[in-house]
Design a protein. Structure first.
Length: 257
């Protein structure tokens, strides 16, 4: 099984670095900046073996060109419908790839962008900007219904599956979650833990699917009561308590929170 380390980039990005104990090769997920990747590889005497891309936004792809120059003939995996031109090996829903002896299944998760994919193993998942700890990505291209369908795919993963998203948004996400569910005991306990971690500048990731099902309002959009405390102006007008409609109302509220 691969080991996963965080490489910090920009103000709140994590570039995930995958390694094994018996190899000097490393793969990285969503390298928005080449320099911290190069520094990490040099510090740990690693060679870059490949790159995984979840979607086309520049803070996830901006470092690919330089890394490919430095490490020739490496594969860059990513979604087949991506506007990003640097992908060498395209992926569609249902594909699988092997990375350092660990097999990942590909699921399409449109919503944040239309090209978004996630890399899934029963023990860990790279969710990019689809699922955050306590939240979800802003809907730049897709619809709430698409994003809820994407979340349903992630909700079916084992509860112990670790969630590696790409941003340190947890504390801010939980502030919103507490506005939605102020009496959720698991959420309040988790928020206290995250506050303590961030006070020491510690990373709050990975989360787990089981944790998110307890504290993430977007993962809990199937609960009829999840939108009870949302201001009326953010409630979907044609509201029938369908989960995707609850999701849409939550996202509207979060966009203006």
């Amino acid at each position: 099984m691969v080991q996963v380390k965080a490489i910090k980039a920009f103000s709140d990005n994590y570039i995930w670095c995958l390694t094994t104990h018996n190899s000097d090769l490393a793969w990285v997920v969503d390298p928005g900046d080449a320099q911290p990747v190069m520094a990490h590889l040099a510090e740990h005497n690693l060679q870059l073996g490949g790159i995984l891309i979840t979607h086309h936004h520049s803070d996830h792809t901006g470092g690919v060109g330089e890394l490919v120059k430095q490490f020739s003939n490496i594969a860059v995996y990513g979604p087949i419908n991506s506007p990003f031109a640097g992908i060498t090996n395209t992926l569609v829903d249902g594909d699988s790839i092997e990375v350092l002896g660990t097999r990942f299944n590909i699921i399409t998760t449109p919503g944040h962008t239309l090209d978004h994919i996630c890399y899934i193993h029963e023990e860990l998942a790279f969710t990019g900007d689809t699922l955050f700890s306590g939240g979800c990505g802003r809907l730049f291209e897709g619809t709430p219904e698409q994003m809820w369908e994407s979340f349903n795919k992630l909700r079916e993963l084992p509860k112990t599956c670790k969630v590696y998203c790409t941003h340190e948004y947890t504390q801010a996400n939980l502030a919103f979650a507490k506005a939605v569910e102020p009496r959720n005991p698991e959420l309040l306990q988790y928020s206290d833990k995250v506050d303590a971690q961030r006070a020491k500048s510690e990373i709050t990731l990975p989360s787990t699917i089981g944790q998110e099902l307890k504290i993430n309002p977007f993962m809990r959009s199937d609960l009829p009561t999840i939108t009870e405390l949302i201001p009326r102006e953010f409630i979907l007008v044609t509201k029938n308590n369908e989960p995707w409609e609850n999701f849409a109302s939550l996202r509207r509220f979060k966009d203006n929170f």
